[in-house]
Design a protein around this ligand. Structure first.
Ligand code: DP6
Length: 326
């Protein structure tokens, strides 16, 4: 019996960067994210008593893009599955297959959606294979479990907005429920420093002192500005937040950088567009070179202006799919 689940990716506007407990993925500060419903991971699992250990392979399906996991990536994924089996009292070994509905070789891949989907698949197995009436876990409980596998995955259980704070992740609502999403793909290669490594390195930056307090204050200000529908203020807070995180990268020991020439040019151009129009998308970056943009539904003109400006310079990911540079 194959059991399947899927989960969306999410983009943080206030970042999870730095852990107080690396084993439990306990963050140094709260974070806030928007779920990217169109960027999804799919996981299916099947019990196989002939296996000596759990096994991962790429899920091959016409509508999905098969992924390749590194040895380290596979190990982290399978370790989380062992934890899930223990929690849900599942015995024996499983075949586990996963894939994304977006290309994973262009720097969009995120562990959030795949760990959330794995947690949901194991939970679905527990429900479907139980005799009698099993009590399903609530999303908050599933998020707590998923956090143990990969921190940011706990936010993928809530759509469209998720707040992850000291008591766990939960849903939070704002007047903006249907944002459009674009990514300027400034580098599509595998990153040299993983985000897990980044979490450790930022603690060595002189600027990390004060970071948790800065992030918490920014979070409160962003919640206020989103509630008041003050888009410009929200843009300014989100802009400062990703620069704060990247400055930590640039000042870690040893220092590292994800931004490249294309990233800096794109950020300059986007900033100028904002100045000219006194409006524009929310701009943010993850631990990588790519730039994520979020638009209100009434900002179609700006959305298409960005496509025509950047298409000659870089590949783009949009809500309509992948747009190759031309
Ligand atoms: C930069 O959740 O990938 O995307 O808990 O070690 O798996 P682990 O880290 P991960 O970190 C994501 C960091 C980030 C910011 C964010 O999503 O908040």
């Amino acid at each position: 019996m194959w059991v399947e689940a899927s989960a969306p990716s999410n983009i943080a506007l206030i970042k999870y960067m730095g852990k107080t407990d690396a084993n439990a993925n306990r963050p140094t500060n709260s974070s806030l994210s928007y779920s990217l419903d169109r960027l999804r991971s799919f996981v299916r699992i099947n019990k196989n008593r002939n296996l000596a250990t759990d096994q991962w392979s790429a899920l091959k399906r016409a509508d999905l893009r098969a992924i390749e996991l590194s040895e380290k990536g596979k190990e982290k994924f399978l370790k989380h599955f062992v934890l899930l089996k223990k929690e849900f009292k599942i015995t024996d070994h499983f075949e586990i297959e996963s894939a994304n509905n977006f290309p994973s070789d262009c720097g969009l891949a995120s562990s959030a959606s795949s760990f959330a989907a794995l947690t949901l698949a194991a939970h679905n197995w527990m429900i479907e294979s139980a005799e009698g009436m099993p009590v399903p876990y609530r999303p908050k409980e599933l998020a707590k479990l998923s956090q143990k596998g990969s921190g940011s995955s706990c936010r993928s259980f809530f759509t469209p907005w998720a707040l992850w704070h000291s008591t766990g992740a939960e849903s939070i609502s704002f007047p903006y429920e249907n944002l459009k999403h674009q990514v300027i793909l400034c580098d599509e290669n595998i990153k040299l420093v993983s985000s897990s490594e980044a979490h450790t390195r930022v603690l060595t930056s002189d600027l990390f002192k004060g970071r948790p307090a800065r992030a918490e204050e920014r979070l409160q200000n962003l919640i206020q500005s989103l509630r008041k529908e003050d888009w410009k203020k929200s843009f300014e807070i989100v802009w400062n937040e990703f620069w704060d995180m990247h400055t930590l990268f640039h000042t870690s020991v040893p220092a590292f950088m994800y931004m490249n020439e294309m990233t800096v040019k794109a950020l300059r151009d986007l900033h100028q567009m904002w100045q000219e129009n006194d409006d524009g998308p929310l701009i943010t970056m993850d631990a990588g070179s790519n730039i994520h943009l979020l638009y209100r539904p009434d900002q179609k003109a700006s959305y298409f202006e960005v496509i025509s400006h950047f298409r000659p310079l870089a590949n783009l990911w949009t809500d309509e799919g992948y747009l190759a540079k031309k």
